[in-house]
Design a protein around this ligand. Structure first.
Ligand code: ATP
Ligand code: MG
Length: 177
């Protein structure tokens, strides 16, 4: 999978629309402390279906919405759009994934313009051997946690890296029917 563009509105410190094109090769994001570098990585994980507010450094999921500053009022919603090229058996395909959260209304996803469930987005990324919990996304202070992971947690990481995490979800679904 290759991420080609990230577009944020009202997400954490990104109150004004921000459009980031990610070119092939290595991309570095540099800036002073607190300028929003980690927020960008969190926006990526959030759009992939992250549902733990704590791992987004918040108490509740609405904490991702711009909370206001001394000079700017808070926002009512946050939206992140991700343009990704995802490998499929019949060649790579471009997909746009959008997640939006509104105060008091929860969050909703769109995949290529259609309303979809969180699970559809999570499966899309799991099948592409990635996702919000991918070991490829290592947050600040989490390096030690990856090293110290219990065998079961480490297996989950390897399964995600191998692109088979989605199979477990589908099997559980099938067994529940
Ligand atoms: P460092 O170099 O210290 O790791 P960083 O560039 O990774 O910094 P972030 O952690 O991404 O910085 O950004 C933190 C900033 O985002 C803080 O100033 C914080 O106030 C702001 N922020 C986080 N959530 C919100 C929110 N909901 N509304 C407004 N600002 C927010
Ligand atoms: Mg940081």
């Amino acid at each position: 999978m290759r991420i080609k563009r990230l577009r944020l509105t009202g997400f954490k410190s990104f109150v004004d629309p921000a459009d980031l094109r990610i070119e092939p090769g290595l991309t570095g994001v540099v800036g002073p402390n607190g300028c929003g570098k980690s927020n960008l990585l969190e926006a990526l994980r959030w759009t992939m279906g992250e549902n733990s507010a704590r791992s987004m450094r918040g108490a509740g999921m609405e904490d991702v919405i711009f909370a206001g500053t001394a000079t700017r009022p808070p926002r009512d919603f946050a939206e992140v759009s991700l343009l990704a090229e995802i490998d499929a058996p019949d060649g790579a395909q471009e997909h746009e994934i959008v997640r939006r959260i509104e105060r008091g209304a929860g969050s909703a996803y769109r995949l290529d313009g259609r309303d979809v469930r969180a699970k559809d987005v999570q499966l899309l990324f799991a099948d592409a051997a990635t996702g919000a919990h991918s070991p490829a996304l290592v947050s600040q202070n989490r390096i030690g946690a990856v090293i110290a992971a219990k065998p079961g947690e480490r297996r989950a990481m390897l399964e995600e890296a191998a692109g088979i995490a989605g199979l477990h979800v589908r099997r559980k679904d099938a067994e529940a029917r």
